[in-house]
Write a protein that binds this ligand. Structure first.
Ligand SMILES: [Fe+2]
Length: 346
């Protein structure tokens, strides 16, 4: 049977619908193996090759770095949001050191030349644990994206065969260096044309990527009692413009009893930092505990959800990661259906 291209599209839709219908909304951290690879000791929750998943908008992993050790060294495009779950240390990004400790968010900026980075655990006795989240552009943009992915050094824990790709990166840099210095001067202080306004805006975005905050500390941001619950925004596309990455909403939720109830489109992930509880998604109860990843599906009408704490008198904490350009493409809207019990505002 000679399929039309249209038929292939419908067949792909049907395969995706079938896979998504039988996919879990919670990925259990306890069920995932630790993998030792050249970048280090990692668990993968969501990966481009993950088949059974209710969405594939993001890539999500957790990395454990032993005391006084380090990750592998890698060169990539950037655009990664790390959260420090445990420990303290630093990340070297393009030769600059950024110190961090538990509760901090560490971003890899998006730079045209890419970022060369490596994490170091400076603590003599404790593991450092970092989560990493980035949008899954592996199909449309390729794993390389613009700047290329190169593994430059292996983590000390990796004992397999490893050949550094540093020479490949050096060759690429030499080729790019030969292309530099050819730009003419463009004055964009008072742009007269749409082209020049666009030129100026492009420069502003790159300026933010080079000078914005890389590390956002917990103390940098206030916890707010919102109608959805106690939220602390580390990154917010609409409100917070001081960070290197500009398109994320990343926030923690301190859950004491229950959250508000609202409905919006999914395509995001929620990582459980502490405690245990459950989320009611369109009437279905999903239990979770520390180390689990909750996925909210993308579906017509979005998903109604409310979170409940089961950690006794101790609050549970989770962190949501929303890459907002994806929300734009599903015409994300918010509908509040119930306020959190502690919310007193109007
Ligand atoms: Fe929500």
């Amino acid at each position: 049977m000679a399929d039309t291209v249209w038929q292939q599209l419908i067949a792909l839709r049907d395969r995706q619908r079938a896979l998504r219908a039988e996919s879990p909304f919670v990925v259990r951290g306890a069920d995932l193996p630790w993998e030792t690879n050249p970048q280090g000791v990692m668990k993968w929750y969501l990966h481009p090759a993950t088949e059974r998943s209710c969405h594939k908008a993001l890539i999500f992993s957790v990395q454990k770095i032993p005391p006084r050790s380090q990750s592998g060294k890698q060169h990539c495009q950037g655009g990664v949001v790390h959260y420090v779950m445990e420990g303290k240390g630093r990340t070297i990004i393009n030769d600059a050191a950024y110190e961090w400790e538990a509760g901090d968010v560490v971003q890899l900026p998006l730079l045209p030349e890419g970022v060369t980075y490596q994490h170091f655990n400076d603590d003599p006795s404790r593991d450092a644990v970092l989560t990493a989240c980035l949008p899954n552009f592996s199909e449309p943009l390729g794993i390389d994206r613009g700047a290329g992915l190169f593994q430059l050094e292996a983590a000390p824990q990796f004992s397999g065969a490893f050949e550094s790709e540093a020479d490949d990166l050096a060759a690429l840099r030499a080729r790019l260096a030969a292309e530099s210095g050819k730009a003419i001067e463009v004055k964009v202080d008072a742009p007269q044309t749409t082209y020049d306004r666009n030129y100026a805006r492009t420069q502003e975005i790159q300026q933010r990527s080079r000078t914005g905050k890389v590390v956002v500390r917990r103390a940098d941001r206030k916890e707010e009692m919102t109608r959805q619950g106690r939220l602390r925004y580390y990154l917010n596309r609409t409100v917070l413009h001081d960070t290197v990455l500009k398109d994320w909403n990343v926030f923690t939720h301190e859950l004491r009893t229950r959250s508000g109830k609202h409905r919006h489109q999914g395509g995001l992930v929620i990582y459980v930092i502490e405690g245990k509880g459950y989320t009611v998604c369109d009437g279905q109860r999903l239990d979770w505990e520390r180390g689990d990843l909750i996925l909210l599906p993308i579906q017509p009408g979005g998903v109604e959800h409310q979170h409940f704490n089961l950690n006794g008198d101790t609050p549970s904490f989770w962190m949501a990661y929303i890459y907002k350009p994806f929300h734009d493409e599903v015409a994300h809207g918010m509908e509040q259906r119930e306020d959190a019990p502690e919310f007193k505002g109007e």
